[in-house]
Ligand binder design. Structure first.
Ligand code: ADP
Ligand code: MG
Length: 763
C-alpha cells in the first residue's frame, strides 16, 4: 500500500543537501516520489509500505550524514493530533538544543578568530608603519600558537565540514559542507606542510606565509552565519506554533450531572462542555444553552468578538469573553477546524513554489561546477601565474583563489530564498484568516489581473431578508408564504433561508412537499396538496410561458431587491422580494483592489438590475448577471482567453467548477467548513476585505523572494570571478578567503532576515 508521509530531516545544513537526499531516497526500492524542502527541513516521501519502511529510508541516508525523524510521536499532526501537538514541541526542543551547541562552539571560536585577525592585520599595519614591527619572540610565539588554534577550529568546530570531505571521498557525494571542508582543509594542509618542512621547502616556497588564519576565520564566519540562520529560521515557523498553542489542554465537561475537568484527548462527540468566562473553547461544537461573545481573531483575523447563542457554531482555540454557556462537542481532535488549519498551513509551508524550480536546478549543479571551477583556478594560477610571479607566489595566490571560490560559492542563500519567504507568508496569512493551500497558489495570486466575485455572501451579507409580499390571482399573503416556505425548506439557497425564517417568525406552518426538484440557477418546484408549484426568478416564469408584473419587478430590482415568484403551471400567484444588505467593508475592499490595478467583476445568477444596483453601490467595474451555474466556468474561461489572470471567489458549493477553472480559486468559508477542495485559498469568515489582503500578501511574498534570489545570485556572480583572481592581472584584485567567508555568512543571514521582514508588513 502506498503512503505519503512528511518526515523532519536531521543534519540538513544546506540547500544542496536537498538534492542529495532526494536522489538517494528515490533510489530506495518502493519509493515513488520525494520532495525535500530546505526551508522546513522536511522530506515528503511517497512509498510502498510493503517494500520499505521509514526506518529503511532513514538508514539509506545515514552514511551521508542525514536521518529522518520517523516515529509517530515526533511527527506533526500525522497520526493523532495530540501526539502531534507534543511532537512539534519536541522537534523544536531538538532545534533549540542544536542551537545551544552551535552557540557554545561559536563562543569558543570567536576569540580565536579575533586573535588571528589581529595577528594578520598587525603585519599589514606594520608594512604601512602604522604599528611597530612585531618582535621576533612574539612572531615565533604566534607562529606556534596559530596551528594549535587552527587544529581546534577545523577538527572540533568545523568537524561537519571535514566529515563532508570524507563522505565525498568515500561516496562521491558533495554538498555545500564539502566545498567549505575542501577549502579550509586545503588551507590547513598547505600551512601544515609549510610549517613542518620549513627548511626543506624554503628554497621553493614562501614559507613565511601560512594560511592557518584563513582556516580559523572562515570557519568562524560560517559558524556564525549558520547560527544566525538557524536562529532566524526558527522564527519563520512561529505561526504554526502560535496555532498549536491555541489548543486548550483540558475541557470542562458535564458527566453524571457534575462538571469535571478532563484532558482534551478524552473529549468525545456529544459531550456537553461548559465554557466559563475568559476560557478557551476546547473543541468544535454547537451552543445548546447560554450565550456570549467570542473572540475569534486568532482564527479568522476578525478583531471584533462575535456573538454566539443557541445553535451557533463555536470553534476550538477561540476565546470566550465574559458570558458563559454550554455546547455539545461535534468535532474533536484532528477533525477540528484548528487541526484542519494547522495541517493546511504545514502542507503549504512545506510545498514548493514554482519560482524555486530555477534555484533548485542551479544549486543542484552548483557544487560540482564550483569544485571544477576552483581546481581550474588553481591550475591556471600555477600555469600562467608561475611565468610572471614565480612558482611560490603563484601557488600562494592559486591557493587563495581555490579556497575563496569554494567558500564564497555556497548556494545556501539560494536555497533559503524561496522557502523562508513562503513559510513566513503562509504563516502570516493564517494569522489573518487567509488559508493558502500551497506555495504555487500564493505565487499565482500576485499575477492576478481580474477578480471575479459573486454577489451573495461576498459583496452582500448572504443573509437576505424578506422585505415585501405581493399577492396575485386571489391568494392570501399567508397562503403564499406557507407554500413558498414549504418548498424553500428543502433548499440550501440563502433566499430559501430568508423565506423560511420569515414564515417561522410569523408562525405560518409548512406543508408536506412531494416530487421536489431544484432547478439550477432558476429556482425550484414541488407538489403541495396535489398542485404543482414553481418558485424562482423571471427566467423560470418565462420557461413556463407565464405573464408576470414586469413593472413591479423592474422597480424593485432597481432598488437592489431580488424577486421570488411563486407560480403554478397556469398563473403567477405571488411575488415576494428579498433584499440582502451590502457588507460594510465591501466598498473599501473593492477600492483597495482597484489600487492594486485589479479589475473587479461580479458574476451572479441573480437578476440583472439587482446585480447592477449592488455593483454600483460598491464600485464594481463590470456585472455579468443571470448566469446559470454551469455557465460560470465558461465566463472564467472567456476572461482567461482574453489574457486575464483570474481569481474567483465563491461559496465553494455550486461554484466549484468555476473555482477550479480560475487561476486562483478563493473560497469563502463559513462556519467550520474549511475542507473546500476546489479552492486554493480559503478566507475564513467570508470577509471580502481579506481579498485585497491576500493579494497584497502574495505581492509582498513574491517581492521578498525576488529580492532574496537577486541577492543570493549576485553574491555568486560577483564573488566567484573575483575570488578566482581573474581581475588580478588587470586591477590587482584578489578576494581574501576571509572576506569570502564573511560574505557567505552575510548572504544567508540577510536572506532569512529579509523574509522575516514580511511578518511586519501591513496587509
Ligand atoms: P447565485 O449564487 O449568484 O445567487 P444561483 O445559481 O445560486 O446563483 O441562483 C441564481 C438565481 O436563481 C437566484 O438569484 C434566484 O433568483 C434563483 N434561485 C436559485 N435558488 C432559488 C431558491 N431556492 N428559491 C428561489 N429562487 C432561487
Ligand atoms: Mg450561489
Amino acid at each position: 500500500m502506498e503512503t505519503t508521509r512528511q518526515f523532519p530531516v536531521k543534519g540538513m545544513h544546506c540547500a544542496s543537501c536537498a538534492n542529495i537526499i532526494t536522489r538517494t531516497l528515490k533510489k530506495v526500492p518502493g519509493v515513488s516520489s520525494v520532495e525535500v524542502n530546505y526551508g522546513t527541513e522536511t522530506a515528503k516521501v511517497s512509498f510502498d509500505h510493503g517494500t520499505t519502511t521509514p526506518d529503511h529510508l532513514s538508514q539509506a541516508l545515514s552514511p551521508l550524514g542525514y536521518s529522518l525523524t520517523t516515529s509517530a510521536q515526533e511527527m506533526n499532526m500525522s497520526e493523532d493530533e495530540h501526539a502531534a501537538h507534543l511532537g512539534l514541541a519536541q522537534s523544536k526542543k531538538d532545534k533549540i538544543a542544536e542551537l545551544a551547541s552551535m552557540k557554545a562552539k561559536l563562543i569558543s571560536v570567536i576569540p580565536l578568530a579575533l586573535f588571528s585577525v589581529l595577528v594578520m592585520s598587525w603585519d599589514i599595519f606594520a608594512q604601512f608603519k602604522l604599528v611597530p614591527e612585531m618582535n621576533e619572540v612574539w612572531k615565533e610565539f604566534f607562529h606556534h600558537l596559530l596551528p594549535i588554534f587552527a587544529t581546534y577550529t577545523l577538527f572540533i568546530v568545523g568537524l561537519p565540514y571535514v566529515q563532508a570531505v570524507y563522505r565525498f571521498m568515500r561516496y562521491g557525494k558533495a554538498n555545500m559542507d564539502t566545498l567549505i571542508g575542501i577549502g579550509t582543509l586545503a588551507a590547513f594542509i598547505y600551512s601544515f606542510v609549510i610549517s613542518a618542512f620549513e627548511d626543506t621547502l624554503r628554497p621553493y616556497l614562501n614559507v613565511e606565509y601560512s594560511y592557518y588564519d584563513v582556516t580559523i576565520v572562515v570557519i568562524a564566519f560560517i559558524t556564525l552565519g549558520k547560527y544566525l540562520e538557524a536562529k532566524s529560521k526558527l522564527r519563520t515557523g512561529s505561526a504554526i506554533e502560535k496555532l498549536l498553542n491555541l489548543q486548550a489542554k483540558t475541557a470542562l465537561v458535564v458527566r453524571e450531572g457534575k462538571e469535571v475537568e478532563i484532558p482534551i484527548q478524552e473529549v468525545k462527540h456529544g459531550d456537553v462542555i461548559v465554557v466559563k468566562p475568559g476560557s478557551k473553547i476546547p473543541v468544535d461544537g454547537i451552543v445548546v444553552d447560554g450565550s456570549s461573545f467570542i473572540d475569534e481573531s486568532m482564527i479568522s483575523g476578525e478583531p471584533v468578538p462575535v456573538e454566539k447563542k443557541k445553535d451557533d457554531i463555536v470553534i476550538a482555540g477561540t476565546l470566550n469573553t465574559t458570558g458563559s454557556f454550554t455546547f455539545t462537542a461535534t468535532k474533536v481532535g484532528s477533525e477540528t477546524m484548528l487541526a484542519a488549519i494547522i495541517k493546511m498551513v504545514q502542507n503549504a509551508q512545506g510545498s514548493k513554489a514554482p519560482i524555486q524550480a530555477l534555484a533548485d536546478k542551479i544549486s543542484s549543479v552548483f557544487v560540482p561546477v564550483v569544485l571544477v571551477l576552483s581546481f581550474i583556478a588553481l591550475i591556471a594560477w600555477l600555469g600562467f601565474g608561475t611565468q610572471y610571479l614565480g612558482f611560490s607566489q603563484a601557488l600562494s595566490y592559486g591557493l587563495v583563489s581555490f579556497v575563496g571560490i569554494l567558500v564564497i560559492a555556497c548556494p545556501c542563500a539560494l536555497g533559503l530564498a524561496t522557502p523562508t519567504a513562503i513559510i513566513v507568508g503562509v504563516g502570516k496569512g493564517a494569522g489573518e484568516g487567509i488559508l493558502i493551500k500551497d506555495a504555487a497558489t500564493l505565487e499565482k495570486l500576485h499575477h492576478v489581473t481580474t477578480v471575479v466575485v459573486d454577489k451573495t455572501g461576498t459583496v452582500t451579507k448572504g443573509k437576505p431578508e424578506l422585505v415585501s409580499i405581493d399577492t396575485q390571482n386571489g391568494m392570501s399573503e399567508d397562503e403564499v408564504i406557507g407554500i413558498l416556505a414549504s418548498l424553500e425548506a428543502k433548499s440550501e439557497h440563502p433566499i430559501a433561508h430568508a423565506i423560511v425564517t420569515y414564515a417561522q417568525e410569523k408562525h405560518i406552518s409548512t406543508k408536506p412537499v412531494g416530487s421536489f426538484e431544484s432547478i439550477k440557477g432558476k429556482g425550484l418546484k414541488g407538489v403541495i396538496d396535489g398542485v404543482e408549484y414553481y418558485a424562482g426568478n423571471v427566467k423560470l416564469v418565462d420557461d413556463l410561458g407565464l405573464d408576470v408584473d414586469t413593472a413591479l419587478i423592474e422597480t424593485s430590482t432597481k432598488e437592489g431587491k431580488t424577486p421570488v415568484i411563486l407560480a403554478t403551471k397556469k398563473e403567477v400567484v405571488g411575488i415576494v422580494m428579498v433584499a440582502d444588505a451590502i457588507k460594510a467593508e465591501a466598498k473599501e475592499s473593492i477600492d483597495k483592489l482597484h489600487k492594486l490595478g485589479i479589475k473587479v467583476i461580479m458574476l451572479t445568477g441573480d437578476n440583472k438590475n439587482t446585480a447592477r444596483f449592488i455593483a454600483d453601490q460598491v464600485g464594481i467595474d463590470e456585472v455579468v448577471a443571470e448566469v446559470l451555474p454551469q455557465d460560470k466556468m465558461d465566463k472564467i474561461k472567456a476572461l482567461q482567453h482574453a489574457g486575464e489572470k483570474v481569481a474567483m471567489t465563491g461559496d465553494g458549493i455550486n461554484d466549484a467548477p468555476a473555482l477550479a477553472q480560475a487561476d486562483v480559486g478563493i473560497a469563502m468559508a463559513t462556519g467550520t467548513d474549511v475542507a473546500i477542495e476546489s479552492a486554493g485559498i480559503i478566507l475564513l469568515n467570508g470577509d471580502i476585505s481579506k481579498l485585497s489582503k491576500a493579494i497584497r500578501l502574495s505581492v509582498f511574498t513574491m517581492r521578498g523572494i525576488k529580492q532574496n534570489l537577486f541577492w543570493a545570485f549576485i553574491y555568486n556572480i560577483i564573488g566567484i570571478p573575483i575570488a578566482s583572481g581573474i581581475f588580478y592581472p588587470l586591477f590587482g584584485w584578489m578576494l581574501s578567503p576571509v572576506f569570502a567567508g564573511a560574505a557567505m555568512a552575510f548572504s544567508s543571514v540577510s536572506v532569512v532576515l529579509n523574509s522575516l521582514r514580511l511578518k511586519n508588513k501591513k496587509l
